[in-house]
Design a protein around this ligand. Structure first.
Ligand code: UD1
Length: 376
């Protein structure tokens, strides 16, 4: 008999690799029913569908199909549609006991608001991360989600401190480690056995991997242009692979940068890659240049130098303990970092505590331990 019914939320690309191991971990607990809800914030095959296949993840039980839009539109659509899901479940006599959200995308925050307002408690995985930069939409999503979720599952000690400073009690938070690393550890052998590098004519350890998609980097020609210029310069001595996010692709076209990128021989432009191809690329690269939060963490675990194209990070452990260096959108700092990597003088790092591939098991234990608070 089911005695704990959970709505597990995914919406955008970085959510899938976090939720996949959590869903698996709940399978070991009898009496738990997981209902996977996909908001549809990301809907392209290569930003969404491919992950379900490659991560061996069940298909969504419920799709909200909200699609793209301005922040208000997208957030409002998720709140509106998820509220109906929760109400219908209750009306059918199968109410959700808890909602489980991951990360910091609009879908995370919007589903949390809908649930808490209907009295359904929310657990947030990846709680406590703070960049202290409120110009980032993700920072707003993190603060609001943590403020109203009642179980805060944290990936590193700095996250625990941030939550304490915001007044959260010890009983609300648990240091569970980094669940995205569970997926990395599980799939690394499979990724490296693929012919990804051969297909692209790349040699392990002798190319760089680039991803850029944050609005602060790609939304104006003044910031995107100089970043691309350094990459073009670097690509003359080190081949660079650049899987391009749809947002970045649109901006490159709009600002008229396509021609010079296409002309660069050492720059390999790809569409967004699936999880396994991407892990094959990241794990065998010489250096990573990125503004992705997840990739800062993955490069730290993989021991690959990571030049993070952001002025700050909500994941400082990847800088203090790991292999990441913040270079902002400063072309000179990026160039210096690349030179240090090529000269062999770049720092080495170590893997943070509890980024061990078993975070999902700990998360499941905590959630099951909380029981069915809503029904009782
Ligand atoms: C979102 C997250 C960001 C995360 C990123 C990973 C928020 C605020 N941002 O940013 O934290 O790092 O996902 O990719 O939630 N688009 C497509 N196909 C899709 C989805 C989007 O072409 O399937 C295009 C649309 O033009 C859309 C744009 O990408 O307007 C941005 O999509 P959106 O979901 O708003 O944010 P991301 O930039 O992807």
């Amino acid at each position: 008999m089911t005695n704990l019914r959970l709505a597990c939320i995914v919406g955008a690309r970085p959510n899938f690799m976090k939720m996949a191991p959590i869903l698996k971990a709940f399978e070991a607990h009898r009496g738990v029913e997981t209902v996977l809800v996909h908001t549809g914030q990301h809907y392209d095959k290569n930003l969404s569908d491919v992950f379900f296949e490659e991560l061996d993840m069940k298909r969504p039980d419920i799709s909200l199909e909200v699609g793209s839009g301005k922040h208000g539109q997208q957030t409002a659509r998720v709140i509106e549609r998820f509220e109906v899901v929760l109400e219908n479940a209750a009306a059918e006599g199968k109410p959700f006991d808890r909602v489980l959200v991951v990360g910091d995308v609009n879908s995370t925050m919007a589903t949390t608001i809908a649930a808490v307002k209907l009295g359904v408690p929310v657990a947030h995985v990846e709680a406590g991360l703070r960049s202290f930069d409120r110009t980032m939409p993700e920072e707003i999503n993190r603060i609001l989600t943590d403020a109203i979720a009642d179980v805060l599952l944290v990936s590193d000690p700095a996250g625990m401190d941030n939550l304490r400073h915001e007044g959260h009690g010890e009983e609300e938070m648990v240091l569970v480690g980094n669940v995205m690393i569970d997926t990395l550890k599980r799939l690394l052998p499979r990724a490296q056995a693929r012919d990804t590098l051969d297909r692209l004519g790349l040699i392990p350890g002798s190319y760089g991997l680039v991803t850029l998609h944050r609005p602060a980097n790609v939304d104006t020609a003044e910031t995107l242009g100089p970043l691309l210029d350094v990459l073009l310069e670097t690509s003359k001595s080190l081949p660079l692979v650049f899987p391009i996010h749809p947002r970045t692709k649109q901006r490159i076209e709009r600002f008229g940068f396509s021609e010079k990128l296409d002309a660069a021989k050492g720059l390999l432009l790809l569409g967004p890659a699936g999880y396994l191809d991407f892990l094959a690329l990241s794990s065998q690269s010489k250096v990573i240049v990125t503004d992705s939060g997840g990739l800062q963490e993955e490069s730290t675990v993989l021991g690959i130098p990571c030049l993070t194209a952001r002025p700050n990070t909500e994941r400082p452990i990847t800088v203090t303990q790991g292999t990441s260096t913040l270079v902002g959108n400063n072309a000179d700092m990026l160039r210096d970092g690349l030179t240090a990597v090529l000269d062999g003088t770049y720092k080495t790092g170590e893997c943070p505590q509890l980024w061990d591939g078993r975070a999902a098991e700990r998360i499941a234990e905590v959630i099951v331990g909380k029981g069915a608070t809503y029904n009782t």
